[in-house]
Design a protein around this ligand. Structure first.
Ligand code: ADP
Ligand code: MG
Length: 322
């Protein structure tokens, strides 16, 4: 199978979106933006051995490759429209390509995303998606709008993805059934697109938690020039993680506060928006939990279950920390 047959077989699909004037097959794609909208554009790369383990289920990897990009759009409040896929692959393994593309397109179809192009080359496995979304002009939710007095909210539950990874690396023990469900959180994250869209005009700042709550929230604080207090007891966690907090506290705290790969949204909003946010959570059947408040000043203080303030909390993941 040559490069072009591979692209044609696995990545060129009939285009249904009339906004895609020209898709896979030419030197560039042509799309027509919706009048009155701005484009939100982001790129995320997944490298084998760094973002995913060699031998990971290729269908799950196809899902995750797109999901982590959709998550960035969710954090801006954008509606996903188009994606480009640049991939380096060690070989043209048909079973692998079949499963990977199935996982990718299943998620793309759920969110009406059209794959409009990409690049394919031989090399160590590395997958890079560029995602393009839209939102009404001026409504993007940035990191810089948090104000003193705002509540801090988190969707879903935090820490399970890192807990799964810790169990897979034999750093903790979790029974097989429980681990299977935690692995879903690690390998098939659900981008919170619907939540992001509904938070336009409500949230003052937002981001997706990909590198751990504490490190990621710090980005909002830096961009907004504010400080924050977070209540550890309020940070939403699964029953499995709760049990680990009692038995293996350092590991469980690291998962909850600095675990990577959660892909939940962390956002701020004025207290006056509490009822509206509660209604959105009900509508989406998704827990959305208030975990603290923005204040003037700098820095993040996490109060433990006894109300004791700690500034020495585990930090988020940083590829280049020395
Ligand atoms: P060029 O040489 O002009 O860069 P390529 O030969 O790399 O073009 O790609 C041919 C066409 O296939 C282009 O339209 C490109 O966008 C598309 N393409 C290549 N790889 C992928 C991929 N993995 N997924 C989707 N489209 C792809
Ligand atoms: Mg090319």
């Amino acid at each position: 199978m040559n490069e072009f047959a591979l692209i044609d077989r696995y990545f060129a699909r009939p285009v249904r979106d009339p906004a895609v004037r020209l898709g896979v097959g030419d030197d560039a794609a042509i799309v027509a933006p919706t009048p009155g909208c701005e484009l939100a554009i982001s790129v995320d790369m997944l490298v084998e051995g760094r973002h995913f383990l060699p031998g990971v289920d290729p269908e799950a990897l196809g899902h995750k490759t797109l999901a982590v990009n959709l998550s960035d759009l969710a954090a801006m409040g954008a509606t996903p429209r188009f994606a480009l896929l640049a991939g380096a692959l060690p070989d043209a393994d048909e079973a692998w390509l079949d499963a990977f593309s199935r996982g990718l397109f299943a998620l793309a179809e759920r969110f009406d995303v059209t794959l409009i192009g990409g690049d394919t080359t031989r090399g160590p496995r590395n997958l890079c998606v560029t995602i393009i979304g839209e939102l009404p002009a001026g409504t993007a939710i940035t990191r810089s709008g948090a104000r003193a007095g705002d509540d801090i909210w988190v969707s879903g539950m935090l820490g399970d993805a890192m807990l799964a990874l810790a169990a897979m690396q034999a750093r903790t023990v979790i029974d097989a059934t429980t681990l299977a469900s935690l692995r879903e959180r690690l390998e098939r994250p659900e981008p919170r697109i619907a939540l992001g869209e509904r938070l336009r005009g409500i949230a003052t700042a937002a981001l997706d938690v990909s590198d751990g709550l504490v490190g990621d929230l710090a980005h909002i604080l830096d961009a907004s020039h504010v400080g924050a207090d977070v209540d550890l007891a309020a940070v939403p966690r699964s029953a499995t993680l709760e049990a680990k907090l009692a038995a293996e506290r350092p590991l469980a705290l690291a998962c909850l506060l600095a675990g990577g790969d959660d892909y939940e949204l962390c956002f701020t909003a004025p207290a006056a928006a509490r009822a509206r946010i509660g209604a959105i959570a009900l509508e989406l059947c998704m827990p959305v939990t208030r975990i603290g408040a923005i204040r003037d000043g700098v820095g993040l203080v996490v109060r433990d279950e006894d109300g004791v303030a700690s500034t020495d909390v585990p930090r988020g993941f940083d590829h280049f920390r020395t």
